[in-house]
Design a binder for this molecule. Structure first.
Ligand code: CMP
Length: 141
């Protein structure tokens, strides 16, 4: 990366289960201690239409109706994180989708026992980061 390129960015959601369980500080501090930068942070409660837009690729999947109910069940914290290779770095830090199978040391591996209530969402590619940041924080476009 040249010194003039902006750092890579990722859209990260600290999901309603993490807020209910009082884990926002724990999760945020892991990202901060890693050296990632918080570019934006806001608490939001989603409505169904916004959940459908965020999870556009999943709306027809059998697991989507309960996922939608979960994601709209209470406040979450939306973040834009930046840093060198932030998308891959954050995906590694959160661990695989199913908290029962995620590696120890990852956020899900240490703190979740569910493949739905898995505490955190993070963009999985530069294309999805661009789309998700445009949806959640259009002012950062
Ligand atoms: P996330 O990284 O936000 O991306 C899609 C979400 O769907 C995922 O985290 C889980 O919360 C949920 N999910 C994915 N697969 C399943 C599944 N098989 N059963 C229930 N929820 C799932």
């Amino acid at each position: 990366m040249s010194s003039t390129s902006p750092a890579e960015r990722s859209l990260v959601l600290i999901k309603p289960d993490a807020v209910r369980r009082g884990l926002v500080g724990e999760i945020l501090s892991r990202f901060e201690r890693k050296g990632l930068r918080v570019e934006a942070m806001e608490t939001r409660t989603l409505d169904g239409d916004f959940a459908d837009q965020h999870y556009a690729e999943h709306v027809d999947k059998p697991f989507y109706p309960p996922l939608k109910a979960f994601m709209t069940s209470g406040p979450l914290v939306a973040l834009v994180l930046s840093g060198d290779q932030v998308i891959e770095v954050v995906r590694g830090m959160i661990g695989s989708t199913d908290g029962r199978k995620a590696a120890a040391g990852t956020i899900r591996g240490d703190l979740s026992l569910s493949n739905r209530e898995n505490l955190v969402h993070a963009s999985d590619s530069t294309d999805s980061a661009k789309r998700e940041i445009g949806l959640w924080f259009p002012e950062l476009g």
